[in-house]
Design a protein around this ligand. Structure first.
Ligand SMILES: Nc1nc2c(c(=O)[nH]1)N[C@H]1C(S)=C(S)[C@@H](COP(=O)(O)OP(=O)(O)OC[C@H]3O[C@@H](n4cnc5c(=O)[nH]c(N)nc54)[C@H](O)[C@@H]3O)O[C@H]1N2
Ligand SMILES: Nc1nc2c(c(=O)[nH]1)N[C@H]1C(S)=C(S)[C@@H](COP(=O)(O)OP(=O)(O)OC[C@H]3O[C@@H](n4cnc5c(=O)[nH]c(N)nc54)[C@H](O)[C@@H]3O)O[C@H]1N2
Ligand SMILES: [Mo]
Length: 693
C-alpha cells in the first residue's frame, strides 16, 4: 500500500485531499505522530497545490481536534431549536431515527417524499457527499434535492454556451498577457489561482479586476472596475459593442466555431459604452478601455467566478461573458479563454450511476425541493402542487440555518415542533441546534474519499490519517447503518468507504496507479481544448443564440435602484455578502484563531454613505429591510463603493450581535437560469445604534 510518503516507527505522512468547497481542491500530506495528526501541508509535487495551503486548511488539525467537536450521538433534551442535548448510544439514536423514517414511508406509495435530505458541500467527497447517502435516499423514495445554492446559474449558462462546465487549465493563466479577474476574489477564495496570476503579472501581463468591492485582489491588479452588483451582462454587452465598432474580432473563429453570432451582434450594437456605463455605475471610458485591452492583448484569459452570478440575471451575464473569448479567438491559445468551472471535464470519468444508484428509485419520481427555498418550503402545508408537508429533514454537509437565504423563515421552519430533524455534523452549528438527533461525523482526516475538482483537472484520493475521534462515524457508515435498519438488502449497501473511494472513477480516464501512488491523477484534457472549436455542444460550436433561451441580454436585479425604484426609496443601499477570507461559507467560524482574524461580524460602508447616516467607524449599526435586521459593526472603508455595502462572510447566527447574520436580509427569489439564489441582489438601509441583545 502506498498510503505513506515516509514511514518511521512513530511518524508517518499520509496522502489526502482537501474536502472543502473551493476551486483549488488541494493535495494534502498529513503528518501523523503517535496516532495524532500534527501537521497538514500541501503536496509539493501537485502542480496546482505546489506545496502551499490556505490559512484555513493549514489549521485543519485545529478544527478536527477542536474541544467542541461532537463526538457522541446527541438527543434533544430541551425545547426545539434550543441547542440542548444529552448523549445517547449509537443504537438508540439509529433505532429511533430508522423507526421515524420507516413510519413516514410506510403510509403509502409516495409517502416517503415527506422526508427531505438536505446537503451541500461541507465535504465535496464523492463518498461522504452524495455516495452512500444518495443510494439510501433513492431506495427510500425521499424527496430529491435541487442542489442549487452555489453555482447552478453559471453552470447552466456555461452548459448552454459551451456544452458543459469546461474551461481553461489553471496552470496556463501564468502565460496570459491579460487576465480579467471577474466576480472573483482569488486571494481570499482560490489562492492557488492567484499564484498563477502573479506569475503572469511578473512576466508583464495586465491584471484587471471586475468587482463591486475593492477586494485585496483588486488592490493588487493594475485596474479595478467597481461596477454595481448584477450589471456584468451590461458590461459584457458594452465591451462587445466596442469589439464590433473597432473590428477587434476574430472573424475566422466566429465563422467556424460560433453559432448565432448575427443575432447577438444585433443585440450588442444596442449597447454603446454610454448605455452600459449608466447601468454599471462606471464611466464610459472604463467600458471602452476594457474593450480596447481585451480586443488588442493576447492571449487574454478570463477567471470568472460565481460571485457575479448570485443575482437575478446571473445566467444571462455568464452567457455574455463566456462569448467574449469566442469573439476575439482567445481560445486559439492555451493561455487564452475562460475558466469558471472545470468540473465538466470529469463527466464520464466519475462513476456517478454506481456511486449514487438512481436506479434504486425503481420508476418512482419523487418531487424535487429547491434547497434555496427551504425557508418557504419547510413552512408549507400539504397541497396538490407542493405534495406532502415536509415532516423529516436529514441534514449532512450543510448548515442551512446560516447559509440559506431569508434565514428568519429557515429558522422558523427548523423550529417547527412537528418536524423531525437529524443533523450529521462535526459541530453544534446553527442548524444542529435545531436537531432532534445530532450524529457525530468524521472529518477528512478520519475517513476515505475520492475527489474531483472545479478549478483544475486532477482527480484525488483521500486516505484516512487517523482513526475516527470519539464515537464519530463517516457519513457513509451512518447511512449504511440506517439502510440495514430499514431492511435495505441490495449489495451496494454493504460497500465499504474504501471500496467506494477506490471505485469512484473509470479506470481508463483516471489512472488508478497514479491515484494509489501519488494521491492524484490528471485527466486527459487538451492544453488548448477549443483552439479548433470542438465545444461539447450538439453543433460543436459555442452557442450565442440558444434554442429556447434566445440571445442573452442584461437582466436587471430583482432589487436595485434602477429596477425597483420604490423599494430603493426605502432601502437605497445594495448589499453583497461575499466570502470572508478566514471562513469557508459558515465553516471554520468556530475555529478560534480564524475567528480572531475576522474579528467580528461587520459591514463595510463607504465613508460618504456613512456620513449621510451619521455612522462612525466601529459603531454598531442596524442593517435592515422588510425581511428583518442584522446588527453588526460598521467599517468605514473605500472597499465599499458608494451605494453598495459589503456584509462579509457567513457568520454563525449565534456569534452575531443579535443572533442573526447577513442572510436575515437576503431573499429567496431565483436567478434567470439554474433556479439559483440571488444573495447579492439585495437592497438594505443602515442606521446607527441598535442595542445588541
Ligand atoms: N476563504 C474562502 N474561500 C472560499 C469560500 C469562502 O467562503 N471563503 N467559498 C468557496 C465557495 S463555496 C465558492 S462557490 C468559491 C467561489 O466563490 P465566490 O463567491 O465566487 O467567491 P469569490 O472568489 O470571493 O468571488 C466573489 C466576488 O464577487 C464579487 N461580486 C459580488 N457581486 C458581484 C457582481 O454582481 N459582479 C461582479 N463582477 N462581482 C461581484 C464579490 O465582491 C467577491 O469579491 O470560493 C470558495 N472559496
Ligand atoms: N449571504 C450569503 N450566503 C451564502 C453565500 C454567500 O456568499 N453569501 N455563499 C453560498 C455558497 S457559494 C455556498 S456553496 C453555500 C454553502 O453552504 P454549505 O455547503 O452549507 O457550507 P458550510 O456553511 O461550509 O457548511 C458545511 C457544513 O458541513 C459540515 N461538514 C463538513 N464535512 C462534513 C462531513 O464529512 N460530514 C458531515 N456530516 N458534515 C460535514 C461542516 O462542519 C459545516 O457545518 O452557502 C451559500 N450562502
Ligand atoms: Mo459555493
Amino acid at each position: 500500500m502506498a498510503a505513506m510518503v515516509t514511514e518511521s516507527p512513530d511518524v508517518r505522512v499520509v496522502r489526502a485531499a482537501c474536502p472543502h468547497d473551493c476551486p483549488d481542491t488541494c493535495a494534502l500530506q498529513v503528518t501523523v505522530q503517535q496516532g495524532r495528526a500534527v501537521r497538514i501541508q500541501g503536496d509539493p509535487d501537485h502542480p496546482t497545490t505546489h506545496g502551499a495551503l490556505c490559512t484555513k486548511v493549514s489549521r485543519y488539525a485545529e478544527r478536527s481536534y477542536h474541544p467542541e467537536r461532537v463526538l457522541t450521538p446527541l438527543k434533544r433534551s430541551g425545547p426545539k431549536g434550543g441547542g440542548r442535548f444529552e448523549p445517547v448510544g449509537w443504537d438508540e439514536a439509529l433505532d429511533a431515527i430508522a423507526a421515524r423514517l420507516r413510519a413516514i414511508a410506510a403510509r403509502g406509495p409516495d409517502a416517503a417524499q415527506a422526508i427531505l435530505p438536505y446537503s451541500y458541500a461541507g465535504t465535496m467527497g464523492l463518498v461522504q457527499g452524495d455516495g452512500m447517502a444518495a443510494r439510501f435516499f433513492h431506495k427510500l423514495g425521499a424527496s430529491l434535492l435541487d442542489r442549487t445554492i452555489c453555482s447552478s446559474a453559471g453552470g447552466e449558462a456555461l452548459a448552454a454556451t459551451y456544452g458543459g462546465k469546461v474551461g481553461m487549465h489553471l496552470e496556463f493563466f501564468a502565460e496570459s498577457r491579460l487576465v480579467l479577474i471577474w466576480g472573483s476574489n482569488p486571494i481570499t477564495s482560490s489562492v492557488h489561482f492567484w499564484t498563477f496570476a502573479q506569475q503572469a503579472k511578473r512576466a508583464g501581463a495586465r491584471l484587471i479586476c471586475i468587482d463591486p468591492r475593492r477586494t485585496d485582489t483588486a488592490d493588487k491588479c493594475h485596474q479595478h472596475i467597481a461596477l454595481l452588483p448584477g450589471t456584468d451582462g451590461a458590461l459584457a454587452l458594452g465591451v462587445m459593442h466596442e469589439l464590433i465598432e473597432h473590428d477587434w474580432l476574430d472573424h475566422d473563429y466566429i465563422e467556424r466555431h460560433v453559432d448565432g453570432w448575427p443575432a447577438l451582434r444585433e443585440r450588442a450594437l444596442q449597447w454603446p459604452p454610454e448605455r452600459a456605463a449608466v447601468v454599471c455605475g462606471i464611466t464610459a471610458e472604463e467600458v471602452r478601455g476594457l474593450a480596447r485591452d481585451y480586443g488588442n492583448t493576447g492571449p487574454a484569459a478570463i477567471r470568472l467566478n460565481y460571485g457575479m452570478q448570485r443575482v437575478h440575471g446571473g445566467g444571462n451575464a455568464v452567457r455574455l461573458v463566456a462569448m467574449l473569448p469566442c469573439l476575439v479567438g482567445a481560445w486559439r491559445h492555451r493561455a487564452g479563454g475562460l475558466l469558471l468551472s472545470s468540473s465538466g471535464w470529469f463527466r464520464g470519468a466519475r462513476r456517478d450511476a454506481w456511486l449514487q444508484r438512481p436506479d434504486l428509485l425503481a420508476g418512482r419520481t419523487p418531487r424535487t425541493i429547491n434547497m434555496v427555498t427551504i425557508g418557504d418550503d419547510l413552512n408549507r402545508e400539504s397541497s396538490p402542487v407542493f405534495g406532502p408537508r415536509i415532516e423529516a429533514v436529514v441534514v449532512y454537509n450543510s448548515n442551512p440555518v446560516a447559509v440559506a437565504p431569508e434565514s428568519a423563515k429557515v429558522a422558523r421552519g427548523f423550529a417547527r415542533e412537528d418536524l423531525f430533524t437529524v443533523v450529521l455534523e462535526h459541530f453544534l452549528t446553527d442548524t444542529a441546534d435545531h436537531a432532534d438527533y445530532v450524529l457525530p461525523a468524521t472529518t477528512q482526516l478520519e475517513h476515505w474519499d475520492a475527489h474531483t475538482a472545479y478549478g483544475h483537472t486532477y482527480a484525488l484520493l483521500n486516505q484516512p490519517a487517523i482513526p475516527p475521534l470519539g464515537q464519530a462515524r463517516s457519513n457513509a457508515a451512518i447511512f449504511r447503518a440506517l439502510a440495514a435498519r430499514l431492511g435495505f438488502t441490495e449489495e451496494c449497501f454493504a460497500d465499504s468507504d474504501e471500496a467506494m473511494a477506490r471505485g469512484a472513477f473509470e479506470a481508463d480516464r483516471v489512472d488508478p496507479a497514479a491515484l494509489r501512488e501519488q494521491g492524484w491523477a490528471k485527466l486527459k484534457v487538451a492544453d488548448a481544448p477549443f483552439a479548433g472549436g470542438g465545444f461539447p455542444t450538439a453543433s460543436g460550436k459555442a452557442v450565442a443564440d440558444a434554442p429556447g433561451l434566445g440571445v442573452p441580454d442584461h437582466v436587471p436585479n430583482h432589487e436595485s435602484v434602477l429596477s425597483a425604484p420604490e423599494l430603493a426609496a426605502r432601502f437605497p443601499l445594495a448589499m453583497i455578502s461575499p466570502p470572508a477570507r478566514h471562513f469557508l461559507n459558515s465553516s471554520f467560524v468556530n475555529v478560534a484563531s480564524l475567528r480572531a482574524a475576522e474579528r467580528e461580524p461587520l459591514l463595510e460602508i463607504h465613508p460618504l454613505d456613512a456620513a449621510a447616516r451619521g455612522i462612525a467607524n466601529g459603531a454598531v449599526v442596524r442593517v435592515f429591510n422588510d425581511r428583518g435586521d442584522y446588527l453588526c459593526k460598521a467599517e468605514l472603508s473605500e472597499r465599499a463603493r458608494p451605494g453598495v455595502v459589503n456584509g462579509l462572510g457567513v457568520w454563525w447566527r449565534k456569534f452575531g450581535l443579535a443572533g442573526t447574520n447577513v442572510n436575515q436580509l437576503t431573499h429567496q427569489r431565483l436567478t434567470d437560469m439554474g433556479r439559483a439564489p440571488t444573495f447579492y441582489d439585495c437592497l438594505v438601509e443602515v442606521e446607527p445604534g441598535g442595542v445588541p441583545a
